[in-house]
Design a protein around this ligand. Structure first.
Ligand SMILES: Cc1ncc(COP(=O)(O)O)c(C=O)c1O
Length: 360
């Protein structure tokens, strides 16, 4: 039976490599030959333990995660980490600095404000979040416990292409929508967290990478599951076994593609195709400024906004899904995560050219 797979531009949950989906399909009936399916097998089995350990090892190898850092596969999404980070890293009297580059940063700030002294060093709210700041636009407090930033802004379509400048203050990053899209300097981070459902797997798993040294300084009176220490070196409770298996397969796929440098080149090539098409004509209006443009979520408008519903309807009919901009900003958005093939982006560019010819 042949199943049609359309061009998938959803922001998340999002496209996964076909090889990965097929590998999962094979394990659903009998996981590693156990005679029970992946979703039906114990998380304490040696077969699952091998998956968990291999996923951690591959993640460390591909992303350059030093031994100082623990890799955790938790639940509650990135949203719970908005709270979990200050809960663990902000003891009484400590301060945290935040950069506000959009909806998700704001949610993180809101949770930190519940816990301690939270300063917003820079906000893009007045400029429609169309860029991230340059280092001369914010000053990190030298005694801050950490500087929090959102590497990629899924809704606005902007991205940090280099880590913020923070002196000796460690970084905390929400990498939900661009983790593993390119190499990053992991060692500079006290915590990195990312919901898996964009670049790494299904929803229901959040990857949290924590500097174990930082935990020695943190509070102890934290509810058990929320305390990062609970998860160091152990599978504390029943994890999302299916999700962790998918992550393992996605990591194997990234390795087979040549690792993160190769992934970065692949993502840059796709994004260039789309941005070049938009820049070629005043018919299209890209949202983000050139230096801040995201490789993962490309956001734009049609100069004549009234044409956007027609564009979305016709693109959907032509087999392109998920191009409607987030409800908070409108317009159009194409999410071009690691697993989005060049062919999908080329199909979209071809469709845009034809749409402009007919409606321009
Ligand atoms: C950058 C970013 N952070 C956080 C979240 C929230 O993630 P979750 O739904 O896993 O809580 C999202 C979801 O889209 C996101 O894009």
């Amino acid at each position: 039976m042949t199943i049609e797979r359309k061009h998938n531009f959803f922001a998340g949950p999002a496209v996964l490599p076909l090889e990965v989906v097929q590998a999962v399909q094979a394990e659903l009936l009998s996981f590693k030959g156990m005679g029970t399916g992946l979703m039906e097998s114990s998380h304490r089995s040696k077969q699952f333990d091998a998956t968990w350990t291999h996923a951690q090892a591959l993640m460390a190898e591909l992303f350059g995660i030093p031994d100082t850092h623990e890799i955790m596969f938790l639940q509650g999404g990135a949203s719970l980490q908005f709270l979990n980070v200050p809960l663990n890293l902000l003891p009484q009297g400590a301060k945290a600095d935040y950069i506000d580059t959009g909806t998700w940063s704001k949610k993180a700030i809101k949770e930190a404000q519940r816990i301690g002294d939270t300063s917003v060093l820079w906000s893009g709210a007045d400029i429609g979040y169309n860029r991230v700041p340059t280092p001369d636009e914010y000053q990190v407090r030298p005694d801050a416990a950490y500087l929090h930033y959102t590497t990629n802004n899924t809704i606005a379509g902007t991205q940090f292409h280099a880590e913020p400048v923070s002196g000796d203050v460690p970084l905390v990053a929400d990498m939900s929508s661009d983790m593993l899209c390119c190499p990053r300097d992991v060692a500079r981070h006290a915590v990195i967290y990312a919901g898996a459902q964009k670049n790494m797997g299904p929803s229901g798993v959040v990857i949290v990478i924590v500097d174990k040294g930082i935990l020695e300084r943190t509070k102890v009176d934290i509810p058990t599951y929320l305390n990062y220490r609970t998860h160091v070196g152990t599978i504390f409770n029943t994890p999302n076994t299916l999700g962790v298996f998918v992550i393992e397969k996605v990591l194997e796929w990234i390795e087979s593609m040549g690792g993160l440098e190769a992934m970065h080149a692949h993502n840059k090539a796709k994004a260039a195709l789309l941005y070049d098409a938009m820049d070629a004509s005043p018919f299209w209006k890209p949202h983000a400024t050139v230096e801040s443009r995201s490789l993962m979520n490309i956001t734009w408008r049609i100069a004549d906004n009234d044409l956007e519903p027609k564009f979305i309807a016709e693109a959907t009919a032509a087999g392109m899904l998920g191009l409607k901009g987030h409800r908070s900003v409108g317009g159009l958005r194409a999410s071009t995560y690691n697993a989005c093939p060049v062919a999908s982006v080329q199909a979209l560019v071809d469709f845009m050219k034809e749409f402009e010819r007919v409606n321009g």
